[in-house]
Ligand binder design. Structure first.
Ligand code: PEP
Ligand code: MN
Length: 339
């Protein structure tokens, strides 16, 4: 059983609810952060009239959820007001669509600078780029590691951008958080629970990418891992799921964008690069995502895609990114949005 605590509850009131729950059932665990919505999990409890009455009677209790559900803190039912996540000058979930652009992997200072130039020219506010790369083959380029993080920081500062980059293990969290503005949890890590725990216990915003095999419930369950550890700054990213069709790299679940926005108060962005795997499909997929209400887009751009060390086939050239940004600028006002 889950008990939702009001965000206005005092510490004494919260302790009181915990004590009541413990008296009834033996063990109660508190999740969430002071000043935000919190959840008490009452272990081993099923819907029990006596307990419902007793716990509900408390002024600090917003709601009692009689069954275990994978997500609570991410739920719009629990928190109807849309969350805005601020990263540098970007406001995910605000009126403007946020653009993050950059290479799949940081390869060199020159490559990153040219990608950052394209990002700025296209109106991006974040520079993306992997320093630690999760590659299918151990023989593929694994990223520049800490050197890549420093290049990201220096280049982003030079161009007035914020940095979003992937963190692959709990041990990497402190060094990535020290240099990045937003920590990316990749598709392959969505159920790496110790990693979710670690990014949930630090303060930098998190970009949580949907797993290639995640259901919507699993995706939001992973978001709740982060929220329940105290970090409220979570942005979700639809990046395509694996289906039977191998004609494209992934199947872009565009309907997941409005569906997630109904189910959760968290901002939802899309990654048309990984969703399609082909540069020629990135622009139409990006337009579809924007029309479907995405709060942002994260797009791979490379000055020389043919020579990219990872994901070259899906990388836009700088001019293609610029053309897409021009299309979005023309299109978004029809939906009351801007870039
Ligand atoms: C990436 O953004 O480069 C990446 C590896 O994405 P995903 O985790 O969605 O595959
Ligand atoms: Mn990539």
């Amino acid at each position: 059983m889950l008990v939702l605590i009001r965000s206005t509850a005092s510490e004494t009131e919260v302790c009181d609810v915990l004590a009541r729950a413990e008296k009834l059932r033996g063990r109660a665990v508190l999740f969430g952060r002071v000043g935000g919505p919190r959840v008490v999990r009452v272990e081993g409890a099923s819907a029990d009239e006596e307990m419902l009455r007793s716990v509900l009677a408390h002024v600090a209790v917003e709601k009692v959820l009689a069954r275990d559900i994978p997500y609570v803190l991410a739920s719009r039912e629990v928190h109807p007001v849309s969350t805005i996540v601020r990263v540098g000058s970007a406001e995910f979930g605000g009126p403007a669509l946020v653009l993050a652009a950059g290479p799949c992997a940081v390869e060199s200072r020159d490559q990153l600078r040219r990608a950052a130039e394209a990002a700025v020219a296209s109106g991006a506010s974040l520079l993306r780029g992997g320093a630690f790369k999760p590659r299918t083959s151990p023989y593929s380029f694994q990223g520049l590691g800490v050197e890549g993080l420093h290049l990201l920081r220096e280049t982003a500062d030079e161009f007035g951008l914020a940095v979003v980059t992937e963190v692959m293990s709990p041990e990497q969290v402190p060094e990535v958080a020290a240099l990045a503005d937003m920590l990316q949890i990749g598709s392959r890590s969505i159920q790496n629970f110790p990693l979710l725990d670690a990014v949930g216990r630090q303060a930098k915003p998190v970009l949580l990418k949907r797993g290639m095999m995640s259901t919507i419930d699993e995706f939001l369950g992973s978001a709740d891992y982060i929220l329940s550890r105290g970090n409220p700054h979570v942005v979700l990213c639809e990046r395509g799921i694996r289906t039977f069709d191998r004609a494209v790299r992934n199947t872009f679940d565009v309907v997941a964008i409005p569906l997630l926005k109904q189910l959760t108060h968290l901002p939802v962005i899309a990654d048309p690069s990984h969703a399609t795997g082909q540069a020629s499909l990135v622009r139409p997929a990006a337009r579809a995502a924007a029309a479907a209400g995405a709060d942002g887009l994260i797009i791979e751009v490379h000055p020389d895609p043919a020579r990219a060390l990872s994901d070259g086939p899906q990388a836009l050239r700088p001019a293609e990114l610029l053309a897409l940004a021009t299309e979005l600028r023309a299109m978004l006002p029809a939906f009351g949005r801007s870039l």
